[in-house]
Design a protein. Structure first.
Length: 390
């Protein structure tokens, strides 16, 4: 196990009927907020009414800023920053899913600086301060409710970049599983894929062979997510399934699982982000495609990779084949079959992307590799990976 430092400053309030605590939790951070949300779903499921009532009861003045897209974009983020500055907001209140909270984080940082917020995403600037952020999570998936990361798409350059800093972590995040009851089957599936991929990135890319604790953590959370996903799709209001998944998604990306595994990387997110930047593919859908091609490529990199896949198959899918190679192949197919059962795509044709689109994705990935510090993911490698998707 490698040396590490773990610190997570976010307070989590979890469970039914907890949105009413928003105002009281936000009150220490000021008297005026920008209320950031998405396309209006929170006005249909009652979340907006609860959040607004709580802010008002705490005597907090707020200005609404809606319209965050499923893949949040830079132009809308810039407008939010201008609003936060002109209104002299004390803090940001984000009510929505990962996209809303991600954009809210960018607004928090950008509102305290004179330069363009995109400078943070390209690594040209590092924030020294940010407005406080309080959040109500309504779509479990990204883990952004308990980390300092944010991802935004620059529509002009077709770049989808992320960055992170501890000062962006929400001060408080409220997680009420009942807010996710209204999420449809497709986005429930994509959320599950996103969370599983978060866990598998470090699991597969770390070079430390002595990570038994971290491996068991990943395997257990992955299995739990797979166990409840089809229940959520078939019975959207199953509280226990939604609660299990909501907390699992947070645990998947709050910096616990990679503690002690040393250097690791996120190649599937690299490929998936390019897919989303070019074709506006839902994040989880892009990841199920990327994994479907990346894992067969990964098994060809050596015996250790084969053993790791076989280990995952035994722990998550009860695969007990004696041959590591056969077990690895069965694991890949078991994961693909899960994607298919929950109707998350496994090949580019599923999202109507042809051979020219595949080339465009590979070129976009190659352009993005300096930012991701994955220089080996050139156009040729990415095409090789994407051709394996099936």
């Amino acid at each position: 196990m490698q040396n590490f430092t773990f610190h997570n400053p976010t307070k989590i309030i979890f469970g039914k009927n907890t949105i009413g605590q928003l105002g009281g939790e936000a009150k220490p951070y000021g008297k005026k907020a920008i209320l950031v949300y998405g396309q209006g779903a929170i006005k249909k499921n009652g979340v907006y009414e609860q959040a607004v009532a709580s802010l008002k009861s705490a005597g907090i003045e707020f200005v609404e800023y809606s319209g965050v897209r499923a893949n949040p974009v830079l132009s809308h983020t810039r407008e939010g920053i201008r609003l936060a500055k002109s209104e002299k907001a004390d803090f940001i209140a984000a009510v929505g899913g990962g996209s809303v909270i991600d954009e809210a984080k960018a607004i928090c940082a950008g509102a305290c600086e004179s330069h363009d917020v995109w400078d943070f995403y390209t690594g040209q600037a590092t924030p020294e301060r940010a407005l406080p952020l309080v959040a109500v999570l309504t779509v479990a998936a990204t883990g952004t409710e308990m980390n300092g990361g944010t991802v935004i798409t620059n529509e002009e350059t077709k770049e989808k970049f992320g960055w992170g800093n501890p000062i962006l972590a929400p001060k408080v995040s409220i997680l009420d599983p009942t807010t996710t009851f209204s999420i449809g089957a497709a986005y429930t599936a994509y959320a599950a894929v996103d969370s599983v991929t978060h866990l598998l990135e470090g699991y597969f890319t770390s070079n430390d062979p002595n990570t038994i604790l971290q491996d068991r953590y990943v395997e257990g959370v992955v299995r739990s997510i797979i166990d409840v996903t089809e229940t959520m799709i078939q019975k959207p209001d199953d509280y226990e399934a939604r609660a299990t998944f909501m907390w699992a998604a947070t645990l998947a990306w709050n910096s616990i699982s990679p503690c002690g595994i040393g250097a690791w990387s996120t190649p599937n997110h690299l490929i998936g982000h390019s897919m989303s930047a070019l074709f506006d593919t839902p994040h989880g859908a892009s990841l199920s495609i990327a994994l479907s091609g990346w894992l067969p490529w990964y098994t060809e990199q050596g015996a250790a990779q084969v053993r790791q896949l076989a280990q995952l198959g035994k722990a998550v899918f009860d695969i007990t084949e004696s041959s590591p190679n056969h077990a690895a192949e069965s694991t890949i197919e078991a994961l693909r079959n899960w994607f298919r059962r929950i109707k998350s795509p496994t090949k580019l044709a599923d999202i109507n992307v042809d051979a020219s689109g595949m080339e465009a994705i590979a070129e976009n990935v190659e352009m993005s590799t300096p930012h991701w510090r994955l220089p080996d993911y050139n156009k040729a490698r990415v095409i090789n990976i994407l051709k394996r998707c099936r």
